[in-house]
Ligand binder design. Structure first.
Ligand code: NDP
Length: 332
């Protein structure tokens, strides 16, 4: 084992707030390993919208917190029995907490070996989001070939993956996105129709979706935008269909009166990836499915930008400012 430093680069916050609360340091003590954990020398960490929810206080946490739910890198140390057979030097991608750092102590059962032929950037770029996209279309609402599906923020990290997967399944994909460039990108990634929901002066996005579906509505909507779109998502739902809410990019959805579902026998749900990858077999199923799709070239990972770890704050500003498309990474 090569000798490990005693301190590392990391980004953390001690109080909730805007991007300014993110503090970069080069003197963070290395995490101490518990039994069953591996120490990963992170190469790239993924930036996810959930990192901003912890930072803003929308989601509770203990502080100080090193944010970051995922990273790809190499195993630097192993503690305990090691039933999964990791070796120092193995390339892994993991999901937990603490990715905005050079090193993270990760429960071994939350790490997956990266297959040869898949880069660290693609592995982490498609990991949490790819697993989420697959869980949405396989479990939250099991999509069937030929259905018409609405995807909000279709040029975002989640949106581009959903567009690709749904169009490969033979669905009609209606995307919404803010601005002509984002609309074009969503189309390149498989959306059949894209509506610029920021455009003013013409019909609303709800009217446009209804027109595209001859007034019937869509079979399912995947809504990660939340507050600004949740009402419209119910309006464009077909009779007996489902709306899957999975995020709060524009803010949290207020309580919904269940009586609103009656008119169309509508189902709604709020899904989270973690509830689909709780067990090791579940994680392996989704993780290996995503990595296989990437390796086969069937899922393309669009990296918006790789930011130095010291610029995590800028990454949050850009993501929350709706300035990005695809996935944001930090170089650790
Ligand atoms: P995106 O790359 O999609 O960025 C968010 C996008 O949302 C923006 O680019 C913007 O696109 C759109 N948006 C609409 N209104 C706003 C607003 N008021 N403020 C900011 N953005 C807005 O992010 P991610 O791909 O990282 O995440 C998308 C959603 O998926 C998030 O809600 C996230 O929490 C959720 N998610 C949920 C998971 C789960 O397990 N439930 C797992 C992973 C992600 P435009 O300009 O086109 O409107």
């Amino acid at each position: 084992m090569s000798s490990l430093p005693s301190t590392m680069k990391a980004v953390s916050f001690a109080q909730i707030g805007g991007p300014d609360v993110l503090q970069y340091t080069e003197s963070q003590p290395l995490p101490k390993l518990q039994d069953g954990e591996i120490l990963v020398r992170n190469n790239f960490a993924g930036v996810n919208y959930i990192d901003t929810y912890f930072r803003s206080g929308l989601y509770p946490a203990s502080y100080p917190l090193i944010p970051g739910q995922e990273a790809a890198g190499t195993v630097a140390k192993i503690q305990g029995n090691n039933p999964l057979g990791f070796k120092e030097g193995d390339r892994v991608v993991w999901i937990k907490q603490g990715g905005y750092a050079e090193y993270t102590a990760v429960p071994a059962d939350r790490a997956i070996k990266i297959p040869q032929g898949v880069s660290d950037e693609d592995a982490v770029g498609g990991f949490l989001m790819g697993m989420t996209a697959l869980s949405l279309i396989k479990e939250a609402y099991p999509v069937k070939k030929g259905e018409t599906i609405l995807v909000h923020a279709a040029a975002g990290g989640m949106g581009l993956l959903l567009c690709q997967l749904l169009s490969d399944m033979g669905c009609t994909v209606i995307g919404t996105a803010g601005g002509p460039e984002k609309c074009a990108l969503a189309k390149e990634n498989g959306a059949t129709h894209v509506i610029d929901y920021k455009a003013t002066g013409g019909p609303t996005w709800v009217e446009q979706v209804l027109k595209l579906t001859n007034g019937e509505g869509v079979d399912c909507t995947y809504d990660g935008v939340g507050k600004d779109t949740y009402e419209g998502s119910m309006e464009v739902a077909k009779r007996k269909s489902k709306v899957v809410y999975f995020g709060n990019a524009s803010g949290a959805i207020p309580p919904i009166n269940i009586a609103r579902l009656t008119a169309k026998n509508l189902s709604i749900m709020r899904s989270t990836l973690m509830g689909y990858i709780t067990t090791r077999p579940e994680l392996e199923y989704y993780a290996n499915s995503v990595l296989d799709l990437i390796k086969a070239g069937k899922l393309k990972i669009k990296i918006h930008k790789v930011y130095p770890l010291s610029e995590a704050k800028q990454a949050h500003i850009d993501l929350e400012g709706r300035k990005t498309t695809g996935k944001l990474l930090l170089k650790c």
